[in-house]
Design a protein around this ligand. Structure first.
Ligand code: CP
Length: 315
């Protein structure tokens, strides 16, 4: 580890990117980068969180976030417990609060939580003494996704300052979009969003983003596109007629990207719906950093777990 390991975060929990300072974001990104080196070693393990117990509390499905957190925790030598709502006493009617307080009685240090309800991570800070990390809460925030996205962009471009990033798709239902907007704006990026009118929240301009409804207006003026998944599971009404229609107007295709005079870097948080929001020739192209995002997801989570797990809480 570099001298970044002697610096301390201002935050005690990672609940979202809203109100997280530039200094804290920089420290998390720098620390994540220094853990990337550990991932290249034959033995990918350091003793940093030896003796700490972390519970992964996943009430909603996940592949990338759940596995990345578990790998990050094990590579820091923490003791890891995985909780899934199915197969637990939640199915017998136990409340969320009782479940958490029973788990906490077993002497745990940190909780990584994913839940379909916005606000659950904040609620956990009120009923638990553990350090809480939000792994995605409803349509609210997904801070570790934003941090791994920012780490990937900063690695590619050297800085986030004045980087032109457009987030495309269903902004209304996207915790990834909100966390990215907060984080990128704090880091000085120029952020825009693009999507059908039915998928753009009212008054989102107040967050300092420019709104577009036509991809063609975006492509000539951006360095990177962060393409969001169409989240059928969160749509209460059909906000567009069909996947084909969405692809026709908002799908990121090679043909559309060729309208730019220079290559555009492509991010996607995953899982991707091939040939709906992104075509395979773009997802698998040399300008796509989608799998690099996944690698950075392990490294930045190691950084976050290290920084929060070794911090003495001040309030
Ligand atoms: N990006 C992301 O959150 O993916 P998972 O739902 O697979 O964790």
């Amino acid at each position: 580890m570099t001298e970044t390991s002697t610096k301390k975060l201002q935050i005690n929990h990672l609940l979202g990117m809203e109100n997280v300072s530039e200094e804290d974001i920089t420290l998390m990104l720098d620390t994540g980068m220094s853990f990337r080196e550990v991932l290249e070693r034959p033995i990918k393990k350091v003793p940093t969180l030896n003796g700490k117990t972390i519970v992964n509390l996943f009430f909603e499905t996940s592949t990338r976030t759940r596995i990345a957190f578990e790998l990050a925790e094990r590579r820091l030598s923490a003791d890891v417990v995985n909780f899934a709502a199915s197969g637990s006493s939640v199915s017998k009617g136990e409340t969320f609060k009782d479940t958490v307080q029973n788990i906490e009685a077993m002497k745990i240090d940190m909780i990584v939580v994913r839940h379909s309800s916005s606000g659950v991570p904040k609620f956990l800070t009120e009923i638990s003494n553990a350090t809480i990390i939000n792994a995605g809460d409803g349509a609210h925030e997904h801070p570790t996704q934003a941090l791994l996205d920012m780490m990937t962009l900063r690695e590619k471009f050297g800085t986030l300052k004045n980087l032109r990033v457009c987030i495309i798709g269903d902004i209304s239902h996207s915790r990834v979009a909100l966390s990215n907007i907060y984080g990128l704006k704090t880091m000085g990026a120029i952020v825009s969003i693009c999507g059908p009118k039915t998928m753009i929240p009212k008054h989102i301009e107040k967050l300092g983003v420019k709104v577009f409804h036509h991809i063609e207006d975006v492509i000539p003026n951006v360095d990177a596109l962060n393409v969001l998944r169409i989240q059928r599971e969160r749509l209460s009404a059909n906000l567009f007629p069909s996947n084909e229609e969405y692809n026709k107007y908002f799908g990121i295709t090679k043909k559309r990207l060729e309208k730019s005079t220079k290559p555009i870097t492509i991010l996607h948080p995953g899982p991707i719906n091939r040939d709906v929001e992104i075509s395979s020739d773009v997802a698998d192209s040399e300008h796509s950093l989608i799998l690099h995002q996944v690698l950075n997801g392990v490294a930045v989570r190691m950084g976050i777990l290290f920084l929060l797990g070794t911090k003495t809480k001040t309030n």
